[in-house]
Design a protein around this ligand. Structure first.
Ligand code: GAP
Length: 534
């Protein structure tokens, strides 16, 4: 993972936000290559899920034809939305504070191990990553028991490392940054929504939240979309946009950030059809990641167990990826596909529902009034053909754009060998990004900076630049230029050489196979386009 993080900074994929001021934890900036990569991920999603969808043809595996439309709602919305959605009451994490170090940790992220020395058994907690965890636990246990490294054998361990929530007695826990035992507080709830104020006065009535998900913007526009378009159920509304969560322990590069982008679809269907649509979206979304280069072995489809599901839900599955910062055999969530029933539309109509009731009823306060009032608007749907009126059920494929980018970067990173300018094999770092995602599609080089080669290469560059992201480079030896493009993930390098001037041809070098093929300049753009979508 360290190699990927360092390449991301060195080549301008990702920078820590506000770095010159010491950085801001949980916030990341995309550099010149990163912004193109992320845009390509979002564009691929938008095209494949929404803009390129053909509503006239039944897609493979789909229960019927369906419509797809897009939306771009605001980040700050009416605060009542978050009360009815459940985020105001329920969107929290458990966290613990350390009375000694004054640090705050997410309860489920503290790991540790039982260590015994001369009858004293303590739980040594740590926030270290999987690679350094054992070393760190031993180091801190030695320090606590005032032992030297050569006395490490006098420590005994009870079981493998585990999470703090498995420990009942906090009094025997050595906190991740503490010197004494029992300094961690009991876990407490912490709301993850960022609060802000609207307008100049900034009283209690003027508060609002930065959205923690894009989904609610879709639910509250359901009626607007129905009234302004000719879509009919089943149909989906797609949205890409920023979301904000005040994560307690942002970590693992961009994986858990405080500002991130989501790519969400709320798919509205008849209740009788929702199970079939859930299965369709679950399988389709997994296939999408594979179509853009993630291998099946590094992906996991994790169906939630029945006891994990909200009772109104027929299923939820997470698509997970074997991120290299996780211990061997563990996966991290890339996307969730959830069956949400009619919870959201009914909550925005009637008032926040109590998910523990069956059938679901509006949650009441001590006066018997709705705890959070709904909009009172009619969000039901009337089928024009059958005349049936019902509240649609929703299937929600919810993906993180930043987690997608991170997974594509991790999968792309390779080290292999390639010949240098003198033909000697050298280790090369190559980012094997899918051509659709690659920030630069092709680099154009004159072999040498003379004999009219730069002029011809510049002409080709200008021509290609009209419809794809290309890069021109005439500096340094050609082998070096290839290697810089390999690191950037550029799938094709076009070289203008002596033969080009006579035959009006160029070579295309393939990043992954290193194969060079000679093609006519007049056919170059078309060949590149075909390879890009192959
Ligand atoms: N509307 C449903 C929803 O928001 P979620 O599982 O909380 O569901 C969906 O989030 C996706 O958003 C996740 O699968 C993940 O890819 C991304 N995501 C969530 N929190 C994130 C964070 N703190 N940093 C980066 N991505 C995050």
């Amino acid at each position: 993972m360290e190699k990927i993080v360092s390449l991301c900074k060195r080549r301008g994929f990702l920078f820590q936000s506000s770095e010159i001021y010491g950085g801001l934890q949980g916030f990341w900036d995309y550099g010149p290559l990163g912004v193109e990569l992320k845009r390509n991920v979002k564009d691929a999603w938008w095209k494949d899920m929404c803009a390129g969808h053909n509503e006239l043809v039944q897609a493979a595996g789909a229960p019927s034809t369906f419509d797809m439309v897009g939306l771009d709602s605001t980040i700050i919305m009416h605060p009542q939305i978050w009360k009815c959605s459940g985020h105001y009451d329920m969107f929290h994490d458990y966290m613990v504070d350390c009375r000694e170090s004054k640090k705050r940790y997410r309860y489920d992220q503290i790991r540790g191990r039982w260590v015994t020395h001369q009858e004293q058994k303590i739980f040594v907690a740590t926030m270290a990553d999987a690679e350094t965890e054992s070393e760190e636990i031993q180091h801190r246990a030695l320090k606590f028991f005032r032992l030297r490294p050569k006395d490490a054998e006098s420590l005994s361990y009870d079981g493998p490392s585990t999470t703090l929530d498995k420990v009942d007695e906090l009094a025997v826990v050595l906190g991740p940054d503490a010197k004494a035992l029992g300094t961690l507080t009991e876990p407490r709830e912490f709301n993850l929504m960022f609060k802000t104020t609207i307008g100049a006065l900034g009283g209690e009535d003027d508060y609002a939240f930065l959205r923690p998900e894009t989904a609610q913007g879709i639910f509250v526009n359901f009626k607007n979309v129905l009234d302004s378009t000719r879509v009919a159920i089943p149909f989906g509304i797609a949205q890409i946009g920023k979301s904000f969560r005040n994560e307690i322990t942002p970590r693992n590069f961009t994986f858990r950030s405080r500002e991130f982008e989501q790519m969400e679809i709320e798919f509205f269907c008849h209740p009788n059809q929702s199970q079939a649509w859930y299965r369709y979206w679950r399988d389709r979304r997994l296939a999408w990641y594979q179509s853009l280069g993630l291998s099946r072995e590094s992906l996991l489809m994790r169906e939630h167990k029945t006891e994990e599901l909200a009772h109104y839900s027929v299923g939820t599955a997470d698509i997970e990826y074997a991120f290299p910062f996780l211990p061997e055999g563990e996966y991290g969530e890339l996307e969730g596909i959830a069956h949400r029933g009619d919870f959201d539309l009914r909550s925005h109509m009637e008032g926040k529902l109590d998910p523990s009731t069956r059938p679901m009823e509006v949650e009441k306060d001590e006066h018997g009034k709705p705890r959070h009032r709904g909009s009172g608007r009619d969000l039901t749907y009337r089928d024009d053909v059958t005349g049936e009126r019902f509240t649609p059920h929703v299937v929600e494929p919810s993906a993180g754009a930043d987690r997608g980018v991170l997974a594509f970067l991790c999968e792309a990173y390779h080290e292999d060998e390639a010949p240098d300018d003198s033909g000697k094999l050298q280790t090369r770092v190559v980012m094997k990004l899918h051509p659709r995602l690659a920030p630069i599609k092709a680099a154009v080089f004159p072999l040498v900076k003379k004999d009219g080669m730069p002029e011809m290469a510049k002409e080709i560059y200008a021509e290609l630049k009209r419809d794809m992201a290309v890069f021109y480079d005439e500096k340094s030896a050609v082998g070096r230029r290839y290697r810089r493009q390999d690191e950037a993930g550029t799938p094709y390098c076009i070289t203008v050489d002596g033969e080009s001037l006579v035959e009006k041809t160029v070579t295309i070098r393939d990043r992954d196979t290193l194969e060079q093929t000679r093609v006519k300049i007049t056919e170059l753009a078309q060949i590149l386009r075909e390879r890009m979508h192959a």
